[in-house]
Ligand binder design. Structure first.
Ligand code: PLP
Length: 407
């Protein structure tokens, strides 16, 4: 099945018992067991089933299955937020005294959480992810993982996952890719060599901005050396599922990072139209980027434009489009605020990936906690506006931007 057909028809659908076309919301904290023996088996991973929603739940499992197939992995773990997914994926493999190498052009919240890890003895080296030499220099015997975003938010740098995964594997390190901005509609990082993918499903997957959530998808391909990743020894018996088994039996369940069943339902609903929404949003973003490029005093950054430093990488790595986010630099913070305030359709909102067009001044908001150096490396300037393009009629968006810029 092709992309949109698979979204609608792949995997488990609806409810076998009643014939309901949508997977019901199993709004239940716990599940009856037929016998004490069965319950014992469940707790020893010797039977399939459900015990407690903090560990798993049928609605959440249906969502996880759909994400696994979308990202072409072997297993997924749904989390309470994108940040919970990132934290759990990393802390499942990195211990105190060990290190992370990460792109310096990450989402502001991710940079913040890497700083939080310092209190637990985990150090992060932020590098220019396009610069192989800089990455190599940051790797040492304590490094346990490389982390980057497929399309950096808001720098909009497109990472060459093929070469980055080769570099990671040369050092026997797993590559974790945050695929939130690009999404599986544009790229399947696992097919290009990434080992684990995380998504903030609060964005394009959910699609309507009705709930916060995230998900971790494992390729099952990374060979965990149990001397280097000592926590993995106990889970080696699960073969390719070692990473997921360790997480679900450990940190994920013990920190209570679970998704709510209602959220899984909303996400499953959103996924039915995910491909259509992305197609429209990416097309709108390209048209808006081309329109804005006509202004001499507006500097547009969009991977779909030839002027983008990452256009060639985008053509090599991405399919179906160039994403639905663009940024513009307009000369000053004052002008940026004026433009944001003059627009009538884009809403001033801090997230991305809604059906509606959203706009923000990242420097004064999302990157408020970043140092000047971090802001510069993340491509955040005081005259920069980020636009998350929605699925409106493009003519209306262009008219609105024309009015705001001309006046
Ligand atoms: C929003 C976002 C996150 C965090 O996700 P939440 O669901 O808000 O916790 C992580 N990475 C990227 C790239 C994001 O855009």
């Amino acid at each position: 099945m092709r992309f949109n057909t698979a979204l609608l028809h792949s995997g488990k659908m609806g409810d076998d018992v009643t014939g309901a076309t949508l997977t019901p919301v199993y709004q239940s904290s716990a599940f009856y067991q037929e016998s004490a023996q069965q319950h014992e088996k469940l707790f020893h991973n010797k039977a399939n089933g459900y015990s407690y929603t903090r560990i798993n739940n049928p609605t959440i499992a249906a969502f996880e299955e759909k994400m696994t197939s979308l990202e072409q992995g072997i297993a997924s773990i749904a989390c309470a937020s994108g940040m919970a997914a990132i934290t759990n994926a990393l802390l499942n493999i990195v211990n105190a005294g060990q290190e992370i190498v990460a792109s310096s052009s990450l989402y502001g919240g991710s940079i913040d959480v890497f700083h939080d890890f310092e209190a637990f003895g985990i150090k992060t080296h932020f590098v220019d992810i396009d610069n192989e030499e800089e990455i190599e220099n940051a790797i040492n015997e304590n490094t346990r993982v490389i982390f980057a975003e497929t399309i950096g938010n808001p720098k909009l740098d497109v990472v060459n996952i093929k070469s980055l995964s080769k570099l990671a594997h040369k050092h026997n390190l797993p590559l974790i890719m945050d695929n939130t901005v690009a999404t599986a509609y544009l790229v399947r990082p696992i097919s290009l060599g990434a080992d684990i993918v995380v998504n903030s499903t609060s964005k394009y997957i959910n699609g309507n901005s009705n709930s916060i959530s995230g998900v971790i998808t494992d390729s099952g391909k990374f060979k965990w050396d149990t001397e280097k990743y000592s926590g993995m020894a106990e889970y080696k018996k699960y073969g390719p599922f070692a990473f997921t088994a360790k997480l679900r039996n450990g940190l994920f369940r013990n920190t209570g990072a679970c998704m709510a069943p209602q959220t899984a339902f909303y996400n499953l609903l959103g996924m039915e139209t995910f491909g259509l929404r992305m197609e429209r949003a990416c097309s709108n973003a390209l048209k808006l980027a081309e329109f804005l490029s006509q202004y001499d005093d507006v500097k547009v950054n969009y991977p779909g434009l030839k002027s983008s430093k990452w256009h060639d990488t985008a053509d090599e790595i991405l399919e179906n489009g160039y994403g639905a986010i663009l940024t513009i630099r307009v000369g000053s913070k004052e002008r940026a605020f004026d433009i944001i305030n003059s627009l009538t359709i884009p809403k001033i909102v801090s997230n991305i990936g809604d059906t509606k067009t959203l706009i923000i001044h990242p420097e004064s908001t999302l990157n408020a906690h970043s140092t000047d150096k971090e802001k510069e490396e993340a491509g955040v300037f005081d005259d920069l506006i980020r636009i998350s393009v929605g699925i409106e009629d493009i003519e209306d968006l262009i008219e609105d931007f024309k009015n705001a810029l001309d006046n």
